[in-house]
Design a protein around this ligand. Structure first.
Ligand code: ZN
Length: 130
């Protein structure tokens, strides 16, 4: 498989597609890279929350918690409801929550890493494909 040689620059990290339960990692789908992978496999750039973001249970902000984000559990003073580490919780309208067959992390610079996510054909990954 042809993985990208380097991760995007920190400031060019894409929109958050999913948040992984438990660890609250941010997953941003890269459809161009995904096209180079085997069928059913999708490429994501993954941003790990800072210890502070994790501690306050920030689960809706991109790279830094914003107290103005009223969707975020940290703003509401709640524990995140994204608890299951086997679920990628959708953050965008186009996708449902998914439970991948497997996740394979690919390390880059530690701030942004890659991940190959294998989804079963019946795991509807895009509402637009329904
Ligand atoms: Zn937040």
């Amino acid at each position: 498989m042809a993985f990208p040689e380097s991760a995007p620059k920190y400031n060019h990290y894409g929109d958050v597609t999913f948040i992984r339960g438990g660890v609250l990692d941010r997953f941003s789908i890269d459809l161009d890279v995904s096209k180079r992978l085997r069928k059913g496999h999708y490429w994501f750039w993954v941003f790990e929350p800072t210890p502070h973001m994790f501690e306050i249970q920030c689960d809706h902000c991109k790279k830094r918690h914003s107290p103005k984000n009223i969707e975020c559990s940290a703003t509401l003073g709640l524990m995140s409801s994204f608890k299951n580490p086997n679920v990628l919780y959708s953050r965008v309208e186009e996708y449902d929550n998914v439970s991948p067959i497997s996740l394979s992390m690919v390390e880059y610079d530690g701030k942004i890493n890659g991940c190959v996510v294998h989804l079963s054909p019946d795991n509807i990954y895009a509402r637009s494909n329904k």
